[in-house]
Structures are given as C-alpha cells and as structure tokens.
Write a protein of this length. Structure first.
Lengths: 253, 253
C-alpha cells in the first residue's frame, strides 16, 4: 500500500522541513541511502519513507533490511520531503542526536553567526575529522538541521556534540569557567603559526561577510591571524576554520 | 537608449555563458559591482551592461565612472546574463587574464578533476592567499570561468597564473623537469605533519568523490595523508586542499 500525501504521517514529516517544527519535535529529516543508513546505525531513526524505485539503487537493503516502520510513498512525496535536484529514494524521520560531552573538554570550536549552510556543515565535518571535543553554536547561526547543512556534514552530525547558546557572552562565560583561552580571528591578531594552541583552546569562527562583531572580539582573550601573503583579501569561512583547527591539531598531536 | 535583447552585442554576451564560446572568444562574464570593479582595475573589461536600478546600489560609480563602453539593458537581460538568484545590476564582458608566471616556480597546486565549481573557486582563492606560484588545471576539471567558480574565487582569478594541461602526465612531466616533488593525497601516505614541504612542492588535489585515480597517484613521487583522529571518513575537497597548502606555507614562512 502506498501512503498518500495527505496522510498525517506524511504531513507531519513535511512539517519537519521547517525549523520551528524541528525544534518542537526534536526531530529532523535525513535523505539518501548512505546518510539514512548512518542514522539507523546510530539508533536514531523513527520511521522511513521510500519510493518503489529504491530497488534499482545499489545498497537499498542497507536501509530496508531492519525492523523500523517503513512506508512506501510516491516519488512526488519523496521530492517534496527533500529539496535536492538529484533524486533521492529514501527519507527518514530522525531524532536529534544527544551526544555526551567529554568531561575533560580541551578543544572547542565556537560558531558565531555563520550564515551559509554549506559552510556550517563543512565546519562540523572538519571538527569531527580533527577530533574537536564539542561545537558551540551561537544563536544567529544557520540551523544545523537544515537539509543543506546536513548534506555538508557528511554524517558528522552524528559524531560530535553540539551545544547551543543564546549569546556569545553565555558561551565564553562557560568556556572561561573551565579555563579556556578563546581565540578570535582578527586582522591585528598574532600570527597563527606563532600562537600556542596546545592548552584548553576555543577557536571562534565568525560570519562570512562581516567576521565577528567588535563586541564579540572584545570578549575573547586572544586574537589570531592567518598569514596571507598573496593578494586575496580573505579566505572562505570554512577554509579559515580548517586552517586554524588543523594548526591546533598539529600542535596537539 | 536601452539596448534590446536581440541586439548582436547582447546576443554575443549571452553566448559567453557557454564554455565553448568562452574558449573561442577568450572572454567571460563577470557580475556584481565589486567583481566588475576588480576586472576594470586589471584592465581586462571589454564593455559593461547595466540596468537602470544600478543607481540605487552603493558604489555604482566604481563601475560607471570610466571610459569603457557601457550599455543600459533591461533587468531581464541582466538576469539572463547571470544565473544568480540574488539580483545583480551590472555584468561585464572580460578578457581572460594572462598572468605571467614567476620564472622561479617553487610552489604549485595541481587540480586533478575537481567537479564542484564552488570547490575549484575556493581552492584558487586559497592558493592566492597562501602565495602559491601557479595553479595547474587538468582536463576533466570544472571550468574556471563558470559563473559559480568565479563567484567562489572572490577575484583571485585575476591574481594567480592558471595553466591548463590535457593530461595529468603532461603536468607532472613539466613539474619533474623543473625538479619538483609531487605530493598525492593517499590514505597510505606519510603524515602531512612529518613531511618536508619546503623545497619545490606541487600538491595535487583530486576529485571530490573518488580522489585521484590510481594511475595518477603512481605518477607522483610522494604520498601524504592528513591526520584524521575523529570519526569523519574524509574532508571536503577545498578544506583538504587548504590544510595541505597552509601546512606548506607554514613550513616555508
């Protein structure tokens, strides 16, 4: 039996395309075989929607051979649940991960009003790869559970604890209370490669267009600068994040 | 007088949206005040199209106060010349830059079949920032003069020499003849942070989904690996490029 567009279970899933409902329900949508499989392995899937042509895709059994509730829907419903131009054949309703925080935090990345979902997702993926202990997200940053952000995380959303703060001040107070140094990127900062990042280190990544606000920079106790010796005026936000995060990892290895 | 959509000068500009015509004419399209201004300063602009609402935009005089040929067109023509959802009010027909190569090349990035225009543009921007001497682009890589690539370069397309090679083998032969070490990224490579990148260094960035082909890896004399200590299986291509390029810069500074 194919579930219709106007069934309540489909309608409720479609609502999860809106941030408001994602926050209300503490759930989000995950699409594509690989990503849905990862959500299943994490034990976070509520139920699965698929279209009949999933059987033509390699690896379909990785998302269908399990005891989770599954509903066949028309391809048009899958399209409505996703926003991609590349067709997906499977979408899951997934509970937001609650990843436990290492008690002895020593390497944190603070994302302060990054706007581009691709940048945020890529930063989360880089943090995962570099063994960052937690990502702090300040209100005003694009939603982590936005479909574009999720796609860019490549599954890292399930690997790394993410904490949310109403204000940058709240986040830095928490970090200072644990003895962190907090590093803002600023043009008048110390050369990244002359900065010691081996202690308790929190790196702040600011907005793509405007960087961090002066107010937020003043709340940090350290300023760093990525050397730029060519004619480019700045780096892409997720690139700048990666250069700093990986220099910290290099020093800490 | 507003130039019509069917005038030959507009029709020729619209053709430049296709790679074939960009190669034939050795020209491309640049959009937005900031980017057009940079093309003007480089002395590469042929002529400019603008819509009448450009006067409502801050900085319009930076693209209009000059002796270059300028044509007012309808907003719909500007829209057709660009592909952005964010409206632009100015588009220029620009000659491809011919940037002279430093005779004493010592730091080169080879882009081997990167497919995503955003990644390619970001890699070129990072190369510019890190003082890379030249970017070698292997056939099969997305076009540099694609509008999305250009947008991601943030103007760096005008700052750094770009050379094109039919095959990866041609590129490495050129590099070996100058005494370069050529570094492939590979899972069984040497730890990036234990690798000496101070000599004549060419870093190869492979395809996003598949990395470099085994054949191309075998043409390199060195293999490196970015340490990954978390659960992420890989890094975004432009992030991986940045981590390696900036480690080379750190060692060379």
């Amino acid at each position: 039996m194919v579930l219709k567009r106007d069934s309540s279970i489909v309608k409720n899933a479609i609502k999860l395309k809106q941030k408001k409902y994602r926050e209300q329900e503490d759930k989000f949508l995950v699409e594509g075989i690989r990503f849905v499989e990862e959500a299943i392995l994490e034990g976070l899937v509520d139920h699965i929607f698929y279209s009949k042509d999933i059987y033509s895709v390699n690896g379909y059994e990785r998302v269908l051979n399990n005891d989770l509730p599954k509903f066949e829907v028309d391809e048009s419903v899958i399209k409505e649940l996703t926003n991609t131009t590349t067709p997906q054949r499977v979408v899951a309703v997934v509970r937001k991960p609650k990843i436990e925080i290492n008690e002895d935090l020593s390497f944190v990345v603070v994302v302060d009003k990054v706007q581009d979902p691709g940048n945020l997702g890529t930063i989360i993926r880089t943090c995962d790869a570099a063994g960052v202990d937690a990502v702090y997200i300040i209100k005003g940053t694009v939603d982590v559970y936005n479909d574009k952000t999720l796609r860019s995380t490549m599954g890292s959303i399930f690997h790394i604890p993410i904490l949310y703060y109403e204000t940058f001040k709240d986040a830095v107070e928490n970090l200072y209370s644990m003895g962190f140094n907090i590093y803002a990127s600023a043009l008048d900062g110390e050369d990244l490669y002359k900065t010691d990042l081996k202690g308790k280190t929190a790196v702040v990544i600011g907005n793509e267009a405007n960087g961090m606000s002066q107010e937020d920079i003043m709340l940090c106790n350290k300023k760093i600068r990525i050397p730029m010796i060519g004619r480019a005026e700045s780096l892409n936000a997720s690139v700048a994040a990666a250069v700093i995060i990986y220099e910290a990892l290099r020093q800490r290895l």
